[in-house]
Design a protein around this ligand. Structure first.
Ligand code: ASP
Length: 589
C-alpha cells in the first residue's frame, strides 16, 4: 500500500502545530469508538498522539477506522487541531492537540497480542521473553535500550577524546583463562579441534599493548558458560580497556573520569572525585563484602578486644579458636519484635551461622538474652564499641573469621533493606576496592587459583612471598563498586616473562601446559612488552543500575532465561546429523 513519509513522529506535535497538515506512521496503541467519532492513539518510539476520525462525509474512512485494532500498523494524514477545551490530556506531551484524519491506510494488521503493550501490566517474564518483540514495544523497555545506547556513545566519545583506539578482537579464539567454563565452537576444517568464544579479550588486549597501541578499548561481547542468576547471562557486554605505561593511580584517574562523564551525561549527577578507596581487607572487616554498599553506613566492628575475659561460652570458644566476634548497630531498631529477631536469626542460620546474639540498648541499660552472661564492664564496652545509643539494636555474630565476616556483610544488607535505609533516590555510592589477594586457596583441589586472572601483577613488595607464602601476596588489582555492585574490575599486568612463569608455577600450571596455553602471550612478552594494565566494565550491570532496574535482562534486547533458553527462537536446538557429521561430532547419549 502506498503511504507517505511521516512529517512528524508520534511524540512531536504541540499546540504550535495547529492547522498544519501532517503525516504520522506508527502502531495503534488503542482505538475507542464513541459512536460518530473514533479516537485512535498512535504510538511509535517517540511517543503517542491522538488522532480522530469523525463520521462525516467520508464513510469509507470511518469504516476503515472502525475496523482498526490495537497494534495495527497505520499511516494517517490529517490536520492538527488544538483539542476542544476539557479534552486535553496534560499527562501526555502531545496531549494538547489531536489530528483530524483525512486519510488512513492500514499498512499491516496484527493479531491480538498476548499481553497489552502497556506499562505496569502484570505479565510473566516468560511471556515477555517469548514475545520479546512486543515487550520491546513498551516505552520503558525502549527507554532502557536507548539509555544503553547513550551509555555506549558517551563512553566511546570519552575514550576517543582520551586517545583510546577501539579495536576488535576475535570471537573465535583459543580458550581464555578467566576461570569460567568456555563455550566451544567445533572446527570443520580441523576436525576434533575447537575454538572457544572469548570469556574476555584479555590476552588479545595485552598483546595490543605489546604492539604499541597504548590505549585500547572495545565494547565487546564476552561468553561464560556459568550457571545464570538475575545479574548473569551466558553472553554479556564489557567495556574492555587496556593502557600502557600506567600504574594503578593512572587507571583510577582515567576511569574516574569515565564515571564522572557517564554519571553527568546519563543521570545529571556530579560525581566528586577522587572516588574513595578501601583495601580488600578493610572492606571485609568493615562491611563483610568486597563490594560493599556505601549508600548507608552501619559499619561492622570487632568486639574481640572487649571480650577477652568473657565467660559467655559461645564468645569464649570463638576467641579461643582465633575466631571473630563482630557487631553492627541498627540505629533505632531497638523496638524490634520477637518474630523479627527470629526472622533475622533464620536468615543468618541459613548462611551457616550458629546463631545471632542481640542487644537492645535502653536508656537505663540493655535488654538482651545474653545480658546475664556479660559483666557490666563488658556490656558497657560492647555498647560503646558498637557506637550504639538508647533505642538502637546491636546484632552480634561470632565464629570463624572469614565465614562470619561474610555472613555479617549479608546481614548488614538485610537489615538495611528491612529498615529502608536505602532511599530510591540516594546518590550513587562509588568505591574502589584495592589490594585484592593475588591467590585464592581451593580446599577441594588443594591448590591456589588466581583471584583475578593469572596475568595480574603481584604488588612488587610481595613478590618474595610468592615462593614462601602465596596467601600473603596482594595483587595490583582493583574493582570499582557502585551501590554494592561490582561494575568494573581490572589489574596492572605482569609484563615480564620470568614473573609470568613464576605466576604459572604457583598456580600449579606446569611449564608444558603454560607453553601450550599461553605460549603466544609469553612469546609476545619477549619482544618488548611495556608495563600495562587495564579494566573491564560490565555494561549490562552499569546500564541496569543507571536505569534503576533489578535485572540485567531488562537492559538486554534479547536475553536468555536463567536456564539459558531463548524463549523467542527456542534455542538451543538439536541440529541434524549431516551438520554434525560435517563437523566430525557425535553426540553422546
Ligand atoms: N579481563 C578481566 C575480566 O573480564 C578484566 C581485566 O582484567 O581487564 O574480568
Amino acid at each position: 500500500m502506498k503511504f507517505n513519509r511521516r512529517t512528524h513522529n508520534c511524540g512531536e506535535l504541540r499546540e504550535k502545530n495547529a492547522g498544519e497538515k501532517v503525516v504520522l506512521n506508527g502502531w495503534v496503541d488503542n482505538q475507542r469508538n464513541l459512536g460518530g467519532v473514533i479516537f485512535i492513539q498512535m504510538r511509535d518510539r517517540y511517543g503517542v498522539t491522538q488522532v480522530v476520525v469523525e463520521e462525516t462525509d467520508d464513510k469509507d474512512l470511518y469504516a476503515a477506522a472502525k475496523g482498526i485494532r490495537s497494534e495495527f500498523v497505520v499511516s494517517v494524514e490529517g490536520t492538527v487541531r488544538v483539542r476542544p477545551s476539557g479534552s486535553e490530556n496534560r499527562n501526555m506531551p502531545t496531549g494538547m492537540v489531536d489530528v483530524v484524519v483525512s486519510r488512513l491506510i492500514v499498512l499491516n494488521e496484527a493479531e491480538t497480542p498476548p499481553f497489552p503493550i502497556q506499562e505496569f501490566v502484570d505479565v510473566s517474564e516468560e511471556l515477555r521473553l517469548k514475545y520479546r518483540y512486543l515487550d520491546l514495544r513498551r516505552p520503558s523497555m525502549q527507554s532502557n535500550l536507548i539509555l544503553r545506547h547513550k551509555v555506549s556513545q558517551a563512553a566511546r566519545k570519552y575514550f576517543d577524546e582520551q586517545s583510546f583506539v577501539e579495536i576488535e578482537t576475535p570471537i573465535l579464539l583459543k580458550s581464555t583463562p578467566e576461570g569460567a567454563r568456555d563455550f566451544l565452537v567445533p572446527s570443520r576444517l580441523h576436525k576434533g579441534k575447537f575454538y572457544a568464544l572469548p570469556q574476555s579479550p584479555q590476552t588479545y588486549k595485552q598483546i595490543l599493548m605489546v604492539s604499541g597501541f597504548d590505549r585500547y578499548f572495545q565494547i565487546v561481547k564476552c561468553f561464560r558458560d556459568e550457571d545464570l542468576r538475575a545479574d548473569r547471562q551466558y553472553e554479556f557486554t564489557q567495556i574492555d580497556c587496556e593502557m600502557s605505561f600506567v600504574d594503578t593511580e593512572d587507571i583510577y584517574e582515567m576511569f574516574e573520569g569515565l564515571m564522572k562523564r557517564l554519571l553527568m551525561e546519563i543521570k545529571g549527577y556530579d560525581l566528586k572525585t577522587p572516588i574513595p578507596r578501601l583495601s580488600f581487607d578493610e572492606a571485609m572487616e568493615k562491611y563483610g563484602s568486597d563490594k560493599p554498599d556505601l549508600r548507608f553506613e552501619m559499619e561492622m566492628v570487632t568486639l574481640n578486644h572487649v571480650l577477652g575475659k568473657c565467660e559467655f561460652k559461645v564468645f569464649k570458644e570463638t576467641l579461643e579458636n582465633n575466631g571473630v566476634v563482630t557487631a553492627i548497630t541498627a540505629k533505632g531498631f531497638g523496638s524490634i519484635s520477637r518474630s523479627q529477631v527470629d526472622a533475622l536469626t533464620d536468615f543468618v542460620k541459613k548462611l551457616g551461622a550458629g546463631g545471632l546474639a542481640y542487644i537492645k540498648v535502653k536508656e537505663d541499660g540493655i535488654d538482651s538474652p545474653v545480658a546475664k552472661f556479660l559483666s557490666d564492664e563488658e556490656k558497657k564496652n560492647i555498647v560503646e564499641t558498637a557506637k550504639a545509643s538508647a533505642g538502637d539494636l546491636v546484632l552480634i555474630l561470632s565464629g570463624a573469621k572469614n565465614k562470619i565476616l561474610n555472613i555479617m556483610g549479608a546481614l548488614r544488607l538485610e537489615v538495611a533493606k528491612r529498615l529502608n535505609l536505602i532511599s530510591p533516590d540516594a546518590q550513587p555510592a562509588l568505591l574502589w576496592v584495592t589490594d585484592f589477594p593475588l591467590y585464592e586457596w581451593d580446599e577441594d583441589t588443594k591448590r591456589y587459583y588466581a583471584m583475578h586472572h593469572p596475568f595480574t601483577s603481584p604488588r612488587i613488595e610481595d613478590i618474595p612471598y610468592m615462593d614462601s607464602d602465596p596467601s600473603k601476596v596482594k595483587a595490583r588489582a582493583y574493582d570499582l563498586v557502585m551501590n554494592g555492585n561490582e561494575i568494573a574490575g581490572g589489574s596492572i599486568r605482569i609484563h615480564n616473562p620470568e614473573l609470568q612463569a613464576k605466576m604459572f608455577k604457583v598456580l600449579g600450571i606446569a611449564d608444558e601446559e603454560a607453553k601450550e596455553k599461553f605460549g603466544f602471550l609469553m612469546n609476545a612478552f619477549k619482544f618488548g612488552a611495556p608495563p600495562h594494565g587495564g579494566i573491564a566494565f560490565g555494561l549490562d550491570r552499569l546500564v541496569m543500575l543507571f536505569a534503576g532496574k533489578d535485572s540485567i535482562r531488562d537492559v538486554i534486547a534479547f536475553p536468555k532465561t536463567t536456564s539459558g533458553l531463548s524463549l523467542m527462537d527456542d534455542s538451543p536446538t538439536a541440529v541434524d546429523d549431516a551438520q554434525l557429521k560435517e563437523l566430525g561430532i557425535k553426540v553422546r547419549e
